[in-house]
Design a protein around this ligand. Structure first.
Ligand code: ATP
Ligand code: MG
Length: 605
């Protein structure tokens, strides 16, 4: 598949989630649902009108790190489904765990989702929410569960609690605190809330079934004591809800219809439903409740997507930061030169399934090439320069003269016009485009050859792309034997685009930049960060699999049209691949380019 990205809605493959949504829409499952204009309890929404959004989804990151390519899959999925089905997708910070969360992450997540091309505004409302704004309701919900006999304060030690939970083969054992009356439990819970108990001294647990075959239903904890300053609520609370209790409530307060999560939450679904059923019974939350559906997370070869491990790479300075162009973070991919269109196309191509698998890294790069090929401006660049001297230039053209050449800015878009540069006596070419003794099949520059039988073969002729044909005569070496100049003679009347230019047939075409008008630049040649396709699988230490050659920096010469490149401008350097002006370090008088990817998938070949 090579087509550039088309309209977002015209090449959608169906999948199980689309079928679920289409079915719900056909049955009117959520048609009578109300929306109170903002998140809220049953009474709040009952006052509102019928929800103008046909479905509501959410992307619920925890602000404890930067988003990565796995999150991008979830973002494209949730926002994409909302867009395609006349719905809304909320951006919700799932910030119920105060210790690791930070405003810096909140800001970067907002930026990353926007950059990917999505927004959470609809009908004049910004659907950007924070779970911590629901702490009052969550506490009220806990009190209701206590009053209704569905929750109790457990003061067993964490070890006792763990031992009494049982395991797969063994049912759990009731806590001695399980028989407390609602009044006792309420008083104890208020003691927790008011700071009368030490951290870890008690937890509030749902009272469900200590013999359930699903261990998650064996009276899971719903509130814990933790004296920690929260980035939004400060020191207002010393108790915090557990994720599995908070999440269904967040969804219900926001009138989410389809709550999508990764497969590891499948076993949590019965508890998700239990919480919502109990709170709907109590009249706290409106019906019908949201439903949870699980999909396979993205596993990408050569990439790790654990936030903890990514943080380790940053903290141990294995990379330059969260936005290092080798990082699979959205800020890293962006700095590497990825476009939002490419990431959206990638998400579309991988689709969603219900079973885990690995996606090959080349799928991501393929989506990138397919989007950039149509749009990237072309330019010539010499990454490993050696000087080519045209020894008959002065005789043919006159000393100091320059010859104007031009090429399309983008051959797929002739209306973008042409770029110009000049040919002269001295040019930069790739060092690898010259061989003293050509290997078999080498069609670039080599000097006259004498075979063992004494027969001779002339120096090779190549075309300097968009310029002239030259014939190689030899090379100059310094005292260390290092080649400092390659010499060639111009073949007259061969200039590209002039009549008769093709009369001389050549097998090799090479790229070049004029010595007089070249733009010197730092070019960062990135490779994959890991050597192993599954860097952290099966207990492997991912740090052992770092690719030592994941970054090579070269001093290159670029075509003069690149002198005006701006930050984030993307180019195809002919023969070399796709490059972007680095968003952190590029400056017009000190250009810095990153290699985004090569022209074709050459990894391991
Ligand atoms: P943590 O280990 O901190 O919980 P997380 O990767 O689950 O990390 P969240 O911020 O909780 O991070 O994730 C936000 C959303 O992104 C969740 O709905 C989660 O399912 C989804 N998500 C995270 N990683 C992936 C992945 N690799 N593929 C698809 N979706 C993902
Ligand atoms: Mg998570």
């Amino acid at each position: 598949m090579n087509s550039p990205v088309s309209e977002p809605s015209d090449h959608k493959q169906s999948n199980f989630l689309r079928q679920i949504i289409e079915n719900d829409l056909a049955q009117g499952t959520y048609a009578s649902r109300h929306w109170g204009g903002s998140p809220g309890d049953a009474a709040h929404h009952a006052q509102g009108t019928v929800d103008p959004a046909r479905v509501r989804l959410r992307f619920p990151p925890e602000p404890n790190g930067y988003l990565h390519v796995g999150h991008a899959k979830s973002i494209c999925l949730n926002f994409g489904l909302a867009r395609d089905y006349g719905g809304v997708c909320h951006l919700r910070f799932d910030d119920t765990n105060p210790e690791k969360e930070d405003e810096e992450y909140v800001r970067s997540i907002v930026d990353s989702v926007r950059w990917l091309g999505f927004n959470w505004e609809s009908g004049g409302t910004s659907h950007l929410y924070q779970a911590s704004d629901y702490f009052d309701f969550m506490c009220r919900a806990a009190e209701y569960l206590i009053e209704a006999g569905h929750a109790y304060v457990d003061e067993q030690s964490p070890e006792e609690m763990r031992a009494n939970r049982g395991d797969f083969g063994k049912p759990g054992v009731d806590s001695p605190f399980r028989g407390r009356t609602p009044a006792e439990n309420l008083a104890r819970f208020h003691g927790m809330r008011d700071g009368q108990l030490a951290d870890g001294a008690a937890v509030l647990r749902a009272k469900i079934d200590m013999a359930s075959p699903n261990i998650n239903m064996r009276d899971p904890a719903i509130y814990r004591i933790r004296r920690a300053t929260h980035h939004n609520t400060g020191d207002r609370w010393c108790i915090y809800p557990m994720y599995t209790f908070a999440h269904p409530i967040e969804d219900a307060l926001e009138q989410i219809t389809h709550s999508l999560c990764t497969l590891e939450f499948e076993d949590q679904r019965p508890f998700y439903d239990w919480v919502l059923e109990r709170l709907a019974e109590g009249g706290l939350l409106s019906a019908p409740p949201p439903r949870q559906y699980e999909f396979a997370r993205l596993n990408l070869t050569y990439v790790i997507t654990s936030k903890r491990k990514l943080a380790q790479l940053v903290n141990e300075q294995r990379v330059s930061g969260w936005d290092d162009p080798r990082m699979p973070t959205i800020v890293g991919l962006r700095r590497r030169g990825y476009t939002a269109e490419a990431i959206q196309l990638f998400a579309e191509r991988i689709g969603v399934t219900k079973s885990d698998s690995w996606i090959d890294y080349s799928t991501l790069e393929g989506a990138l090439r397919d989007t950039l090929d149509a749009t990237a401006k072309r330019a010539m660049a010499v990454l490993d320069p050696v000087k080519l001297v045209i020894t008959n230039w002065d005789a043919l053209h006159g000393a100091g003269t320059l010859d104007d050449c031009s090429a399309p800015i983008n051959p797929h878009a002739p209306d973008q016009g042409r770029r110009s540069f000049q040919f002269g006596k001295e040019l930069w070419i790739e060092r690898t485009d010259y061989e003293e003794t050509p290997p078999k099949g080498f069609h670039r520059l080599y000097p006259p050859q004498t075979a063992a039988d004494g027969s001779t073969k002339p120096g090779n002729r190549v075309r300097l792309k968009y310029g002239h044909v030259v014939q190689c005569t030899g090379a100059v070496r310094n005292e260390q034997g290092h080649i400092t100049e390659v010499h060639a003679e111009l073949v007259p009347d061969t200039k590209s685009g002039t009549p008769g230019a093709d009369a001389i047939k050549v097998k090799g075409v090479i790229t070049w930049v004029g010595v007089h008008d070249a733009v010197p630049a730092e070019v960062r040649l990135y490779e994959r960060l890991f050597n192993d396709a599954h860097p952290d699988a099966g207990g492997k230490n991912f740090l052992d699999n770092l690719n030592p050659d994941s970054l090579r920096t070269v001093q290159a010469y670029l075509e003069p049209s690149l002198a005006s490149a701006g930050v984030d401008d993307r180019f195809q350097f002919e023969r070399h691949g796709y490059f972007v002006a680095d968003r952190r370090d590029h400056h017009p008088d000190k250009p810095v380019f990153n290699r985004t990817t090569g022209l074709r998938d050459s990894w391991g070949k």
